[in-house]
Write a protein that binds this ligand. Structure first.
Ligand code: AR6
Length: 170
């Protein structure tokens, strides 16, 4: 599996599937979630609503897949990152973030996708420390053995995350 880092808007990335840092309602929000729904159009929200009606809310660490609407990607995987609190909750929160990456990779594999792009899940509105989040993301992806996925792209939006990823992956 080839791992790349770019500084970009994930809505513009041409891969089989992009990952969204959603919330458990699956009904949209700010940050990268807002950008994906804005650029992808209402077809994404329609499918998110259908999923909600079928299974209820999406739990932290879990992932679901929808159309990508007008985006260049074929599909969007929506995963719900942990809200960072730290302290005695830290171990649970680290496991939840690991699960976001793992469950997204599993869904991509089940759909036979070759390329996947991830945002820096939980490092915006959910306040997860960026260094720790990068360590978890890179470790989880690097340890994942996949038959189908050939390319993983970390799409950093803010400069701080970009510098962290470049330093860790050089
Ligand atoms: N492309 C790529 N990355 C982006 C983009 C973009 N267009 N916009 C922001 N980022 P956040 P979270 C980066 O806050 O912390 C939403 O309201 C951003 O720089 O989007 O997981 C959801 O509905 C940061 O590094 O997601 C949830 O309620 C990263 O994306 C909540 O925010 C994640 O920041 C989820 O919070």
């Amino acid at each position: 599996m080839k791992i790349q880092v770019v500084k970009a808007d994930i809505t513009e990335i041409e891969v089989d599937v992009i990952v969204n840092a959603a919330n458990s309602s699956l009904l949209g929000g700010g940050g990268v979630d807002g950008a994906i729904h804005r650029a992808g159009g209402s077809a994404i929200l329609d499918e998110c609503r259908d999923i909600r009606n079928r299974q209820g809310k999406c739990k932290t660490g879990e992932a679901v897949i929808t159309t990508a609407g007008n985006l260049p990607a074929q599909k969007v995987i929506h995963t719900v990152g942990p809200v960072y609190n730290g302290g005695e909750r830290l171990e649970r929160e680290k496991q939840d973030l690991t699960n976001c990456y793992l469950n997204s990779l599993k869904l991509a594999e089940m759909n036979n996708f070759k390329s996947i792009a991830f945002p820096n899940i939980s490092t915006g509105i959910y306040r997860f420390p960026k260094e720790l989040a990068a360590e978890i993301a890179i470790k989880t992806i690097s340890n994942y053995k996949s038959e189908t996925i050939k390319n993983v792209i970390f799409v950093c939006f803010d400069d701080e995350n970009y510098q962290i990823y470049i330093a860790r992956l050089k």
